[in-house]
Design a protein around this ligand. Sequence first.
Ligand SMILES: [Zn+2]
Length: 133
Amino acid sequence: MNAKAEKLAKNWQYDWYGFWYAVERYTGRPFDISEYVDESWLPPDKKKLIEYLKKAPYMMASSNQLEKCSDCDEKINTLVFHSDGVFCWPDNLAHDVDKHYFRLPDRFVNLIRERNYETPPADEVDMENVDWP
Ligand SMILES: [Zn+2]
């Protein structure tokens, strides 16, 4: 177990996640990957959580150009963003969780489970009021 990642996941107070460049501006502390990556975080519904991240409505797509992930060879989209009306996150978060063991905040996981892994339709997401970092 990674106690630092556990603590961060419990205490994450923002409605955005996965915008690593914004972490220091909001938390006052530099982004420390060891607080986010937890190889022992293996909830039984992890695949369904990742599917939710991928299928939630797009809030913005500023490019459809794929770039190579900085940690592996997979091509990922770094300029596409999702929102489910509560949280917002970049498209590559699903990849980070799936391939690089990033852990999701507890509040986010709880919301996804409460919704039974169903994302809202795009026209029900109020994109104007999303907590964008
Ligand atoms: Zn990767």
